[in-house]
Design a protein around this ligand. Structure first.
Ligand code: UTP
Length: 289
């Protein structure tokens, strides 16, 4: 079955970016001039996703406004012939159907994904987390969709993160099943270094079969007192085969300040309009460090 739908859980508090995230959703913080959520939505568009559900929460209406028509602004830009700005403001809203639902209480990522149950119905779907921005020739979620088309089972996007970082991620226990492809044997959420089965982390991209919803409904609170998607996937792995795919691309952990800064610098250096002046500035200040 074709993957047509994606879910972006974006209801979290974003505490690592307080006080910025007190009134502004974390997903609206820009990398240069584009909100981080738009990078994720563009990845979905480029991978052929047709319908997208963003899970929001109270105080995050800026996300809804961002994907709405900005009537007055668009009229003025049109009147003034500012075509480039006009397309920057409205293109994304025309390329994909964006739907929203509010998670009433932030009880965890698994709890947020469960809100997508009636939107998804009985088809396999993509889950994309805004904390991970991936730069790649082929969209990261598109790579997982291609793998799904081969094996017809849930696939988790993974990469090696190094043993020193395993306690920040869902870590997989898996065995090789082909080129960059692994069969999932188990998974642990944020393990201590000594308990981690590997250093392969699930990095915010998933293709999941609809059987996950039965598992989520039965998943008790786990790490951090939250309903964890990881625990539901472990349950699902007992019923169905699940794969992990080592996707190709540079991934930025923009949920952390370090990752956010790295993305900002790298993205600026790859932009023709910013590159020359900004690299000259960086060269100048690095001499002084
Ligand atoms: P995080 O654990 O990174 O939480 O959630 P957060 O609130 O976004 O950020 P910090 O850690 O407090 O800074 C991982 C993903 O799951 C979503 C978040 O929006 C994020 O995309 N999430 C988490 C929900 O949608 N609902 C929840 O109840 C929890």
């Amino acid at each position: 079955m074709k993957i047509r739908k994606a879910v972006i859980p974006a209801a979290g508090f974003g505490t690592r970016f307080l006080p910025a995230t007190k009134a502004v959703p974390k997903e609206m913080l820009p990398i240069i001039d584009k909100p981080t959520i738009q990078y994720i939505v563009e990845e979905a568009v480029n991978a052929g996703i047709e319908d997208l559900l963003i899970i929001t929460s109270r105080g995050k209406d800026a996300l809804i406004n961002h994907f709405d028509k900005a009537f007055e602004l668009e009229t003025i830009l049109e009147r003034d012939g500012k075509e480039e700005m006009l397309s920057a403001v409205r293109d994304i809203s025309y390329k994909i159907n964006v739907h929203f639902i509010r998670q009433q209480e932030q009880k965890g990522l698994g709890h947020a994904v469960l809100y997508a149950k009636s939107f998804i119905g009985r088809e396999p779907f993509a889950v994309m987390l805004g904390d991970d921005v991936v730069v790649s020739d082929k969209p990261c979620i598109g790579q997982l969709i291609e793998q799904y088309e081969q094996c017809g089972a849930s696939i988790l996007g993974v990469q090696k993160v190094g043993m020193e970082h395993v306690s920040k991620y869902g870590i997989v226990d898996c065995e090789n099943a082909g080129e960059r492809l692994y069969t999932l044997k188990g998974m642990v959420e944020k393990p201590k270094k000594e308990d981690a089965p590997s250093d392969m982390a699930v990095l915010g991209r998933y293709i999941i079969t609809p059987a996950i919803f039965d598992c989520l409904e039965k998943t008790p609170k786990g790490a951090g007192g939250e309903i964890q998607l990881t625990d539901a996937l472990v349950m699902l792995a007992k019923k169905e085969k699940i794969y992990a795919y080592d996707f190709i691309g540079k991934r930025y952990d923009i949920g952390s300040k370090q990752g956010f800064l790295q993305a900002t610098v790298d993205f600026a250096l790859s932009r023709p309009d910013l590159k020359d002046d900004f690299s000259a500035y960086l060269k100048n200040i690095t001499q002084k460090i």
